[in-house]
Write a new protein. Structure first.
Length: 415
C-alpha cells in the first residue's frame, strides 16, 4: 500500500482543516475558561491554566528535529513513497523526543511545586495524567514529520482536528461532571490517545519501497540551535500566564489568561501559515518570498485596534464583569506583543526554510530574558506592568529575526 501524493491532500484543503482546528483549539484554551468558572472555584481554574501552560513543551521537544527532517524529505523531490529508512529515523525521533520532554517536564514540575506548594490529590493526579498525554501527543507529532515532508500538509491537520474535537467534547462532559482539574486532564488524555492512534494509521503504509533517496538525520549543531530557539520561545510566549498567576489576584489572573490566550492564538495562525508554506519556501524564488515575508509581518499591525474593539464590546456584556478586569493600557500592550510575536514566527521560519540559522543564538538569548524583564518591570513599577517586559523582548526579537530573514534572502546564490 502506497501513501497518497501530496497534491491530493493539498487539494483537499489544508487551510480549511487548519482554520477549523484553530477554532477548536481556541475554544479549548480560551472560550472554555468562562464555563470553568461556573463549574469549579477560580483557584482551580488558575491551576489548570498553569498546568496547560506546559503543553507548549511538547512542540519545544519536537522542534529539535522536526523541521530539518521535513526539509530533508521534501528536498528529495516529488516521490510517492516515504524514504526507506523512515522507520529507523522515526524510532530515533521517539527516543530523543521522550528524553527531551521528560527533562522539560521535570523542570516544569519544579516550577509548579514552587507556585503551588501543597497539591490536593486531584491536582497531583492531574499533573501525572497530563504529562502522560503530552508524551502521546509528541509521538503523534513525530509521525506528522513524514506526512508534511511528503507534501501531505492537509492530512495532519485533519487528524489534529478530529483529536481536538474529542478533547473538547470530553472536557465539556468531564469538567462539568467532576468539577476538578483531574476531569480536564483526563479529557486531554483521551484526545491524545485518539491523536496517536490516527497518526499511526496515517503512516501505516509507509516504508515499503526500497527505492529513492534516504532521509538524513539533522546535524547536532542544528538540533541544538533549534531546541534552544524553541525553548527560549516558550519562555517568551508560554510563561506569561504563570507570571500573571503569581503576581495578580485570582480573578484578574483568569481574565488575563483569557485575553492572553485569545491574542496569542494569532501566533497559532502564523504557525499554521508557516507550516503549510514551509515546504514551498524551501524552493521558492527569493524575490517572491521576500514579498510574501513583508506582507505576512505587516498584517499583525492590525491586531491592537481590532483587539481593543473586541475588548470594549465584551466589556458591555454580562461577561465583562468576569473577563474584562484589565486596564485598557495593559490590554493594548498585550495586543501589540501578540502582533510582534507573529512577525517573529514568520520571519524566523523564512530563514529556517533556507537553512540559515545565524539568528538562532541572538534570538534565543533575547527570548530567554522575557520572564526576567517582566518580573523586573513588575518590581520597578506595579504588578500589572509585567506586560512591558514581554513587549520589549518581542520588539527586539522581531527586529533581529526580520533583519536576518532579509539578509538571508539577499545572499548571492539564493534563487
Amino acid at each position: 500500500m502506497q501513501p497518497e501524493t501530496g497534491t491530493r491532500w493539498q487539494a483537499r484543503g489544508a487551510w480549511s482543516a487548519g482554520i477549523t482546528l484553530f477554532a477548536l483549539e481556541t475554544a479549548q484554551s480560551v472560550l472554555l475558561l468562562p464555563l470553568l468558572l461556573r463549574w469549579m472555584p477560580a483557584v482551580d481554574v488558575t491551576l489548570w491554566i498553569s498546568l496547560t501552560a506546559g503543553l507548549g513543551l511538547v512542540n519545544a521537544a519536537a522542534s529539535a528535529y522536526a523541521l530539518p527532517l521535513v526539509r530533508a524529505v521534501a528536498g528529495r523531490g516529488a516521490q510517492a513513497a516515504a524514504p526507506h529508512n523512515w522507520r529507523l529515523l522515526c524510532q530515533r525521533e521517539d527516543r530523543l523526543g521522550a528524553a527531551l520532554l521528560l527533562s522539560l517536564q521535570a523542570l516544569f514540575a519544579a516550577v509548579l511545586a514552587w507556585q503551588v506548594p501543597a497539591f490536593a490529590w486531584q491536582g497531583a493526579a492531574a499533573v501525572l495524567v497530563l504529562f502522560a498525554a503530552m508524551h502521546l501527543r509528541l509521538t503523534a507529532l513525530n509521525r506528522f514529520v513524514w506526512l508534511n515532508g511528503m507534501g501531505q500538509v492537509g492530512r495532519d491537520k485533519q487528524i489534529l482536528l478530529k483529536a481536538s474535537a474529542v478533547t473538547l467534547t470530553a472536557a465539556l462532559v468531564l469538567a462539568a461532571a467532576t468539577g476538578s482539574v483531574l476531569g480536564l486532564a483526563l479529557a486531554s488524555a483521551l484526545g491524545a490517545v485518539a491523536l496517536r492512534w490516527w497518526a499511526g494509521q496515517a503512516t501505516r503504509g509507509f516504508g515499503h519501497n526500497p527505492q529513492g533517496q534516504p532521509a538524513t538525520w539533522p546535524a547536532r549543531r542544528e538540533m541544538v540551535g533549534l531546541l534552544l530557539l524553541n525553548l527560549s520561545g516558550y519562555l517568551n510566549l508560554g510563561t506569561d500566564v504563570l507570571v500573571a498567576n503569581q503576581l495578580l489576584p485570582t480573578k484578574q489572573a483568569v481574565s488575563y489568561a483569557f485575553w492572553s490566550r485569545a491574542l496569542m492564538s494569532t501566533c497559532l495562525l502564523a504557525g499554521l501559515y508557516t507550516q503549510i508554506r514551509f515546504p514551498a519556501w524551501a524552493q521558492a524564488d527569493a524575490a517572491v518570498l521576500r514579498t510574501e515575508l513583508h506582507a505576512a509581518v505587516s498584517l499583525p499591525l492590525l491586531l491592537p485596534p481590532l483587539a481593543l474593539l473586541a475588548y470594549g464590546a465584551l466589556s458591555l456584556t454580562d461577561l465583562g464583569a468576569t473577563l474584562c478586569l484589565l486596564p485598557w493600557w495593559m490590554f493594548t500592550v498585550m495586543a501589540a506583543t501578540a502582533g510582534l510575536a507573529c512577525a517573529v514566527v514568520v520571519s524566523g521560519q523564512v530563514s529556517t526554510s533556507r537553512g540559515a540559522y545565524a539568528f538562532l543564538f541572538p534570538s534565543a538569548a533575547v527570548a530567554c530574558t522575557a520572564p526576567a524583564l517582566a518580573l523586573a518591570s513588575a518590581a520597578w513599577a506595579q504588578p500589572l506592568a509585567f506586560v512591558f517586559g514581554y513587549a520589549a523582548a518581542n520588539a527586539l526579537l522581531a527586529a533581529i529575526n526580520l533583519w536576518h530573514a532579509r539578509q538571508t534572502l539577499a545572499r548571492p546564490g539564493i534563487a
